[in-house]
Design a protein around this ligand. Sequence first.
Ligand SMILES: C[S@@+](CC[C@H](N)C(=O)[O-])C[C@H]1O[C@@H](n2cnc3c(N)ncnc32)[C@H](O)[C@@H]1O
Length: 235
Amino acid sequence: MKEREKQPATPTDLNYHYYGKNRYDKDIVSAIPFHREIHESILKELRRRFRPDQAIRVLELGVGTGLTASLIRAAFPNAEFEVVDFSSTMLAHAKKRLGTKKITYRLGDFSKILFHSPCDAVIAVIGIHHLSHSGKRHLFEKIARLLKPGGIFLFGDLMTCADEKNAAENSALHYHHLVEHTTTRAMLRDWAHHHMFLNNLATVENQEKWLRDAGCTVKRLFSKWNTVLLLATKQ
Ligand SMILES: C[S@@+](CC[C@H](N)C(=O)[O-])C[C@H]1O[C@@H](n2cnc3c(N)ncnc32)[C@H](O)[C@@H]1O
């Protein structure tokens, strides 16, 4: 399937600043199909690899309101976090939720920020699909350089697929889910606009290849419609 190259979305495009934390938390879970399931798979994989008392070093790209990080912290209370978001509103929500212990907040674009501390796990849930495709490739190289040998990148996101008929069906199911699960007309318009014009989905196949090219082995942990969770392990 031919992939169209789009400019990456900015914080102003994404318009998250008007969102209160409670409303955002409710809306993202209903607007993203299988949001709960990918988080369950992320926790299962982390628990399989690390002891609950281990002081793992975790970098989260696109922390949002801190929903994902709070689940990881509950399972790994000694984890050291570095979390990034380019929306100051979102980062403020995350700070309120996660506090200041064992966590560093970075305001900025994760495709541009330089990271230095080697990580046991890099996590990104529903954030990377806004980057251009070349931006995604470069980010995967950066992530692979940051991971300790055997370290993992858990990448949950909206992705399309190489087969055009499957891709079209998955998108139809995704939009149908939005129609069924948004609670107001305004919410449907916002999320449908977001998904139609701001998202820049790459195929799962290409992203698996880019991760392998970056030096990782790759496994699909979850895949239904456009929602996919990839596990990339640094060699
Ligand atoms: C949809 S939220 C997901 C948050 C959380 N993981 C969850 O699933 O609830 C994605 C976040 O990524 C941030 N984001 C998107 N692109 C980014 C970029 N290039 N650099 C930094 N943050 C970015 C957005 O501002 C948003 O807060």
